[in-house]
Design a protein around this ligand. Sequence first.
Ligand SMILES: NC(=O)c1ccc[n+]([C@@H]2O[C@H](COP(=O)([O-])OP(=O)(O)OC[C@H]3O[C@@H](n4cnc5c(N)ncnc54)[C@H](O)[C@@H]3O)[C@@H](O)[C@H]2O)c1
Length: 412
Amino acid sequence: MSSAGRLGILLPGMGSVASTFIAGVIAARQGLAAPVGALSQLGRVGNQSMTEALNLAALDDIVFGGWDPYTGNMADAARKAEVLQDDILEKVSQELLQIQPMSAVFDEKWTEALTGTDNVKTGSLWEQAQELRTDIQSFKAINNLDRVVCVWTASTEAYILPTEVHQTIESFEEGLRNSDPSISPSQVYAYALVQEGIPVANGSPNLMFNFPAMQDLACQRDVAISGRDFKTGQTLVKTAIAPMFASRMLGVDGWFSTNILGNRDGLVLSREENFKSKEATKGGVLDGILDAEEHPDLYGDIDHMVRINYYPPKGDEKEGWDNINFFGWMGYKMELKINILCKDSILAAPIVLDLALFMDAAAQAGQRGVIDWLGFYFKEPMTRDATDVPVHHLYEQETILHEALMKLAVEV
Ligand SMILES: NC(=O)c1ccc[n+]([C@@H]2O[C@H](COP(=O)([O-])OP(=O)(O)OC[C@H]3O[C@@H](n4cnc5c(N)ncnc54)[C@H](O)[C@@H]3O)[C@@H](O)[C@H]2O)c1
C-alpha cells in the first residue's frame, strides 16, 4: 500500500528539468512511458518493490506546483525546453497546461543571463518570504494535500560565500527585513519553506542551506533538508570511474572535463559568476576518492579542470569530454578519454522524483536536519556536521543509500 494521502511537490524554477520531470510522471501514470532511472519506481527491497517496501507516495497521488519568473504554463516550458518529442508532449499537454507557475522571488542580479521576466514578487525580502509562505499554504489548501515537499530546480545563482548576515537566525531575519544585498532568492525560498515545515532538496549549487542560520532554522523547525547540485552526467561518470584508479593503485596526473551545452542552464552558466558556483560543486568530487593524503605519490598533484561551454545549437543534448592523464607501472603515462552524449534533463528528472519521494518518506519517519544518506544524488553532498568530509565515491554512496532505505523499510 502506498503512503496515504496526496503529496504536493513544489518546484522553485519551472524550466527544462521541472517540465521534463512533470511530463514524465504524467506519462508514467498514463502508461505512456516507463520511469527509467528512478530507483523509487524500479528499485526493489528484497522481494518487494521499493514503493511498497517504503510505503512511498503513489504517482497518482502527486500534485505539482512551483514558482518561475516567466509566466508560461508547463506545456509552454516543456516546448521551449525542446527535450521531449511533440507526440508525447501532445499526449500529456492537457495536464501540463493546468500547471502555472506562481510569481517568483527573483532578482536578475543573481542570474544576469535571464531577461524579460515579468512574474516576480515585489516588496522587501521579508515581505516576499511571507508571500511565499502564503503561496505554500494556498497550494496545500486548494489541492487538499496531506504533505508537501520541495525540490529546487531553478537556475544557478552567482557565487557567494556566507557573510555576517548568514550567521544566525536573528541576523538573517534582520537581513530579510533590510533586504540585505547578500541574501539570494534561493535563501528567501529556503527560509519560507523551512518556516512552513516543508522538506527541501537543493538540486543546484546555490548556497541555499549551506550556512549556519539556515541549518539552525532547519533544526529548530525540525525540517529535513538535503543537497546540493544534482549528480547527473559527467560528475556521475567521474565518481564511477575514479574509484577504478584508486582500487588498482594507478596514479592520476590530471583530469580535464569539458561540457558543451546549449540550454538555458548553459546560458546562465556562461556567466563567470554563475559558473563559479558550479565549479565549486563539480571541483571537489575527486578529493575523497583519490586520497592525496594517503597516497601523495599517486594523487598529490592532480590538475583537475572543469569547463562549461555554452553552445546554443546543442540545446539540452549535453556533450561531456573527459581526458584523464594517468600513470602505472614504473610511472609510465597513459590516457583515458570519455565522451558522454546525454540529455541533461532526462538524467535529472528521475532524480527529482526519487528525492521528492525519499525526502517525504524520511520526513514521515521522523528524520530531521540534513538527510545525508541522499548524497548519492548530489555533486556536493551535505553532511550532518558541516565540517565532515562528504563521500563522493558512487558505490559507497549507493551502499549508504541502500542501507538507509532498508532501515526505513523496517520502520514504515
Ligand atoms: N539538467 C541537469 O542535468 C542538471 C544537473 C545538475 C544541476 N542542475 C541544476 O538544475 C537547475 C535547473 O536546470 P534547468 O536545466 O531546468 O534550467 P532552466 O534554465 O531550464 O530552468 C531553470 C528555471 O528557473 C527559473 N528561475 C530562475 N531564477 C528563479 C527564481 N529565483 N525563482 C524561481 N524560478 C527561477 C528560470 O526562469 C528557469 O525557468 C539549475 O540550477 C541547474 O544547474 C541541472
